[in-house]
Write a protein that binds this ligand. Structure first.
Ligand code: EPZ
Length: 429
């Protein structure tokens, strides 16, 4: 298994291009199952999760083509993926494929909507909590599907097609909203989704579905109304920038000091997190080139943060922000409200010298004068990158083991940081 070695202490200076969002690309790729025509997606990041989903879609019989690089494009220019689900040979997604990535469970909705049946293994994914699928099942049932659990598989049926209905989510769920949208676009009649997730990735999926001929109002708001249509057609859509990657590099610069411009991204995708960095003492400005992040020698102010659904502070930036607060001039309280088990980075950060006390859903982080390099282990995607951030500021060498988690969600991480002055290298196994 590959490892990443970091020598901490170097400030970051330069430009980091932000990739297309993993969490937008995955539902968009899934939406290709809704039509027999070609869905072209541009700005798709080169990530392990994208490859895993391509494998699952191929298994169903979806043709895919990855367009070659055009002159002037670098290895970090997002790729163009064309997906054509003309002939589907199988509507079953087996355990071996679904267990590695929770988002692959979402294929159940377009398969059910277009073919009237689907059999999909219960999902896996990052070990960050129990992560049930009861609300995704509820959404499909509200549209008239019958659902059974059979030997670890969810079997969904709607032989006469789905019927529009009212879906009221008792809590905000991104995956639940994606599933509800993809099921509703081909249902007969009107569907109203209440308490829908407002994450930009939901709005991106809704925008793409509209280009494919869907009739959707309110994508990206808490009330989405879908007027079902009988068929969708092909379209071309650019995946929106990755707000979590943007926030991660902004936090990395806050941690090391320096001056970095994040390009190909948008501040409105993570305004709350950028404002929080401002409170901590980081200089954030928006220029023609992108988001400029600067910190000179001044210390970091401690700040209390609570994760919340969009537009609140994202749970997917919680671990990275905690790494930053290990160096603040006092105690910060970080409260996690989305996933109950998303503190596994705490013990690894402690190996680098961080002082963190857990109390229920809160972590109390006492800033320390210095972190010291040590061997650490990546436990999930965002936890892994929090260790990279801590390692960039730690004295001496940090060796991060099990980096396959990072490859699921961060494209060309070492190259992007290395070009800005970080001493970081991958050691191939
Ligand atoms: C998406 O996961 C993201 N994944 C996650 O990013 C992200 O952390 C999460 O949304 C929250 O923003 C992708 O987009 C691929 P949820 P999702 O359904 O959709 C509970 C990353 O690192 N819930 O919004 O699975 C659930 O347990 C990943 O990129 C139910 O109770 O998250 C959680 O407490 C990790 N029943 C809350 O809702 C359900 O049926 C929100 O989960 C579904 C969810």
């Amino acid at each position: 298994m590959d490892r990443i070695r970091i020598r901490g202490g170097a400030p970051l200076n330069g430009t980091i291009p932000i990739s297309g969002a993993k969490n937008a690309a995955l539902p968009l790729m899934t939406a290709s199952l809704l039509t027999d025509e070609t869905l072209e997606l541009t700005n798709v990041p080169r990530l392990a999760d994208v490859s895993s989903l391509l494998r699952i879609l191929s298994n169903f019989g979806v043709d895919h083509m990855i367009a070659g690089r055009r002159p002037g494009q670098t290895s970090e220019t997002g790729q163009t993926v064309r997906l054509t689900a003309r002939t589907i040979i199988d509507t079953c997604a087996p355990y071996e494929l679904v267990s590695t990535m929770r988002a692959s469970f979402w294929v159940i909705a377009p398969l059910l909507a277009r073919f009237g049946q689907a059999r999909v293994s219960l999902p896996g994914g990052c070990a960050i909590g129990t992560r049930p699928v009861d609300l995704l099942i509820m959404a499909m049932e509200r549209l008239g599907a019958t659902i059974e659990i059979d030997g670890g598989y969810v079997v969904a049926k709607a032989p006469r097609g789905l019927q529009g209905g009212e879906i009221v989510f008792p809590k905000v769920t991104v995956g639940g909203t994606h599933v509800a949208l993809m099921a509703a676009v081909l249902a007969n009649g009107t569907t109203v989704i209440e308490n829908a997730a407002r994450e930009p990735e939901v709005a991106d999926l809704a925008n793409c579905l509209v280009k494919m001929g869907a009739r959707i109002e309110g994508g990206g708001t808490c009330r989405i109304v879908v007027e079902g249509v009988s068929r969708l057609h092909g379209a071309s859509h650019e995946v929106l920038p990755d707000r979590i990657e943007t926030g991660t590099y902004a936090i990395a610069v806050a941690m090391t000091g320096g001056d970095v411009t994040l390009t190909n991204t948008r501040p409105d995708l993570l305004q709350f997190a950028l404002d929080t960095l401002g409170q901590v003492g980081v200089d954030i400005s928006v220029t023609n080139e992108g988001i400029r992040v600067r910190r000179n020698g001044a210390g970091l102010e401690p700040v209390d943060v609570t994760t919340d659904p969009f537009p609140g502070f994202p749970t997917d930036l919680q671990a990275q922000f905690m790494a930053l607060m290990t160096r603040a001039k006092g105690t910060s309280r970080i409260t996690e409200t989305i996933f109950e088990n998303r503190f596994m980075h705490v013990q690894e950060l402690a190996r680098l010298g961080a002082s963190i006390r857990l109390d229920g859903d809160s972590a109390f982080v006492d800033g320390v004068k210095r972190l010291r390099g040590a061997p650490v282990m990546a436990t999930d995607l965002r936890a892994s990158v929090s260790l990279v951030i801590a390692g960039l500021a730690a004295e001496g060498e940090t060796m991060i083991n099990r980096v396959y988690h990072l490859d699921r969600g961060f494209e060309a991480l070492e190259a992007k940081l290395g070009r800005c002055g970080a001493e970081i290298e991958r050691i191939k196994s």
